[in-house]
Design a protein around this ligand. Sequence first.
Ligand SMILES: *Cc1c(COP(=O)(O)O)cnc(C)c1O
Length: 417
Amino acid sequence: MKSQLPADEASAFLDAAIKGELPDERGRFGPFGGRYVPETLVPAFERLEQGVREYLHDADFQREFQRELREWVGRPTALTFAPRLSERWGTEVWLKREDLAHTGAHKINNAIGQALLAKRLGAQRVIAETGAGQHGVASAAACARVGLPCSVYMGAVDMERQAPNVDRMRRLGAEVIAVETGDKTLRAAIDEAMRKWVTDPSGIYYLLGSAVGAHPYPYLVRELQSVIGVEAREQMIEQAGALPDAAFACVGGGSNAIGLFYPMLGDDIELIGVEAGGTGEGLGQNAATLATGTPGVLQGAYTMILQNDDGQVQETHSISAGLDYSGVGPEHALLQATGRVRYVAAGDDDALAALEELCETEGILTALETAHAFAYARRWSQENPRKRILIGNSGRGDKDMPTLTKHPARIRTSASA
Ligand SMILES: *Cc1c(COP(=O)(O)O)cnc(C)c1O
């Protein structure tokens, strides 16, 4: 069931979004977002909101953030034309290369931005949650860079599944704390980090990894990740000579997608978010929150979630750990409800095939998360031939080798084909 707003409300909210007026002062993106947290957490969130208002757009902070993006993260990341893929698909394909950013994905943009903010706020230490370990690694690296101790909460089940990332975090100086409560995965890790934060909201900074959760996180993360879309927009004009007809990004919590889409909301570009379709359409078989979920409250925000008829949050499945989450950022829920962005799903097998095709045609091993965007872009191109498209290449796939090894390459096309 996709939520839809009445046409007049939809166009009013979309106007406000394009003008940069959302979230409103209550942290709402139209009907979505807000802050649904226990009383004990209110002071921590208010402190953070105050800090964001004071520092995020302050000239000094921005100068420091831009310098770190340039000198340490390696921005601007390249915009790459994909000639062989373009020929195969019968359309002009451009890739925004977040895989080239330090630590291998877009997550570092947010991590270094929030680590700098933590410094400004006078925090003595940083805590973060992680599922697959990618945000934990980015947070550990960013904290080392700014000189703050970092503790990463990680579900015990995930620690076992993602052992190499646990080692990476420790080498980067972070303490990794095993979460044995709840589902022992990402959701439990977020709950546990929140619980820790309450104990010392002024000494601890909570570095959240995606554009999800209670206000001001969805706003803060979007602002830090928008550098992706701002750069891509300029690079398209400069290198391709025009904006794309359509742009695609994979959606887990939604941070790389909102970063790419937000600066393009006012343009004549079809925007498409691609979620994890997993192994099928049944509840529990996928993580297609927007494509198949219903509205509800999850971890502090009113948004679209995967839940059963009793409102129990549903476990998800995806071949890519980074898309395996039963909620999604509230701004995406609004963009869907207004019709501005379309959200679709691509399954495990399609993602694997797309990953192989990109390897073989362009010499780029993309992340399994990202491969979902390629899978759907390919399908779209068959229905919309001879266009110009942009794909957010959110990260690199080296981390996925253990999974890929279990799925031997099936598409075999020689380089001369
Ligand atoms: C974590 C991750 C994602 C999913 O997170 P979003 O917040 O939805 O962007 C996508 N791609 C890569 C490479 C990731 O590491």
